[in-house]
Design a protein around this ligand. Structure first.
Ligand SMILES: Cc1cc2nc3c(=O)[nH]c(=O)nc-3n(C[C@H](O)[C@H](O)[C@H](O)COP(=O)(O)OP(=O)(O)OC[C@H]3O[C@@H](n4cnc5c(N)ncnc54)[C@H](O)[C@@H]3O)c2cc1C
Length: 462
């Protein structure tokens, strides 16, 4: 895979290439650009990339963190209401209460507290295809303990995708079949909340459900374990502090142009607002979603190309909406009217929920196909109008004040790929060609678990 001229032009608007310099000349110019030498170059400044950079620095390694957007934090995104100054999270809300998590916040000087949630009434359920109310299915009292018992059979899921060979069939069975086998159909409404952004849960291999609604989380829910959030109500503070700490070792608005990995060195060419830069690193850690676009600058070999081409993304959007006349404390969750699973039909809004900021409601939208912002906006309006027409929520006007895409999200592979040892081969890539991998696709969509995963990766990087 390599970048097309069009992609390169887009990356480097305003630079030599945009000024008409041929592609080869622009690359040659990159090779003359300032060169930075580092022990490790990290691609992607979200949860896992930022933590990796911070910890490697702490362990005495020189690092450079390359982030495509204009800030660190990835899915952590805080909205400040211009009217009240209040904040609300349209991305990451909470972390698991673990010593390592507390330690990380402490090192960066970000006070945390135990998460208690916003005040909101019990949710109303409706099928957003019609807007009509749906009765939540009754949950058997032992639902969670039954699920916990099954999870206990697969302790290795807690540390990554270290699956045995052969892979147990339950792990790649579609979740609907697994749920029917264990009498766990009533888990779906809760899973829809925990696994927003993962598409149709009924057809998804069960492995992804077990990785997302994992043994530690279920045990916390069963035993009253706690979660943490920032005292300031501004979760982005963690990443603002990390950016200050890493200072010159972060390149923002930076786009990879070429990554060449030789026996002794990784040469990385990056387009930045300050011009082209060259990084010479001993190792590279890739933490961005492993999509074709993100991997295009790499000199991938056949094994890497074949494996990465198997990943399929899902699509997830979050935003805030003003709905005058709808009580701030009202939550409406989308549930399909069809028993026994009540899985909502996607694409659709997952829910409308209290944001904690007066007059603003969270909206979360999921799709199995990519959509434009315009389509998502129109669909959100249509979903809310159906809820009004059916009398599920009071008459209102809809004003979407923020909409963000968190796509690509929930990268998954097929049941056949899982059965045929995809994750064994993926794990074998760690360290190959001086390249290491971190991030949700390699473990779980959970910041705390990714920080634990990073701790296990660090010895290979130092
Ligand atoms: C709405 C929402 C709510 C969530 N809530 C929680 C929660 O409460 N608690 C929790 O633990 N988890 C939560 N998660 C999940 C969690 O945020 C993710 O699992 C975690 O952020 C994944 O970390 P990551 O490092 O893999 O990816 P990200 O945090 O997404 O970081 C990837 C980074 O790479 C950058 N990037 C992408 N491509 C490139 C490229 N080519 N070059 C350079 N940089 C690139 C991106 O801009 C991004 O900054 C939530 C996710 C979403 C979407």
């Amino acid at each position: 895979m390599s970048l097309s001229r069009k992609q390169l032009l887009k990356i480097m608007g305003g630079t030599a290439v945009a000024a008409g310099m041929p592609l080869g000349a622009a690359e040659a110019s990159a090779s003359q650009a300032p060169t930075r030498k580092r022990d490790v170059c990290i691609v992607g400044g979200g949860a896992s990339g930022t933590y990796t950079a911070m910890r490697l620095r702490q362990l005495g390694k020189s690092v450079l963190l390359v982030e495509r957007s204009d800030r660190l934090g990835g899915h952590t995104e805080t909205h400040r209401d211009p009217v009240t100054g209040d904040t609300t999270e349209i991305g990451v809300v909470l972390w698991r209460d673990l010593p390592a998590v507390r330690g990380y916040f402490k090192r960066l000087g970000v006070p945390v507290e135990v998460f208690s949630g916003h005040e909101s009434k019990p949710p109303k359920y409706a099928d957003f295809r019609t807007g009509a109310p749906v009765n939540a299915p009754a949950s058997p009292p032992d639902l969670m303990t039954s699920y916990f018992k099954v999870l206990k059979k697969y302790p290795y899921l807690a540390t990554g995708y270290d699956l045995p060979d052969p892979v147990p069939a339950e792990l790649y069975m579609p979740f609907a079949k697994f749920a029917a086998k264990h009498g766990l159909e009533a888990l779906v409404p809760l899973l829809v909340r925990v696994m927003m952004g993962f598409g149709d849960l009924l057809t998804l291999p069960t492995l992804y459900v077990m990785k997302s609604f994992d043994i530690d989380m279920v045990s916390r829910l069963l035993n009253g374990g706690s979660f943490l959030t920032t005292k300031s109500g501004n979760n982005s503070e963690l990443y603002e502090k990390a950016a200050t700490h890493l200072d010159d070792d972060v390149l923002l608005n930076a786009e990879l142009i070429r990554v060449n990995r030789s026996r002794d060195l990784v040469t990385i060419r990056v387009g930045t607002p300050q011009g082209l830069q060259t990084i010479l690193a001993k190792k590279i850690v890739f933490t961005a979603p492993p999509t074709q676009r993100n991997l295009a600058p790499f000199d991938l070999d056949r094994t890497e190309r074949t494996l990465f081409s198997r990943f399929r993304p899902h699509f997830y959007y979050t935003g805030l909406v003003r709905l005058p006349g709808v009580p701030d404390t009202m939550t409406v969750q989308n549930l399909g009217s069809t028993p026994p699973f009540h899985m909502p039909a996607l694409p659709a809004l997952y829910h409308i929920q209290s944001s904690g900021v007066p007059g603003l409601h969270h909206v979360k939208y999921g799709s199995t196909v990519p959509l434009t912002y315009r389509q998502v906006r129109a669909n959100i309006h249509a979903d809310i109008k159906r809820l009004v027409a059916a009398g599920t929520i009071p008459a209102t006007t809809v004003k979407l004040s923020t909409l963000k895409s968190h796509s690509p999200y929930g990268m998954s592979v097929s049941a056949d790929d899982i059965a045929n040892g995809f994750y064994r081969r993926l794990n074998a890539l760690q360290g190959r060609n001086r390249t290491f991998y971190n991030g949700a696709a390699f473990h779980a969509h959970d910041s705390s678990l990714l920080w634990q995963f990073t701790e296990r990766l660090l010895p290979n990087l130092t």
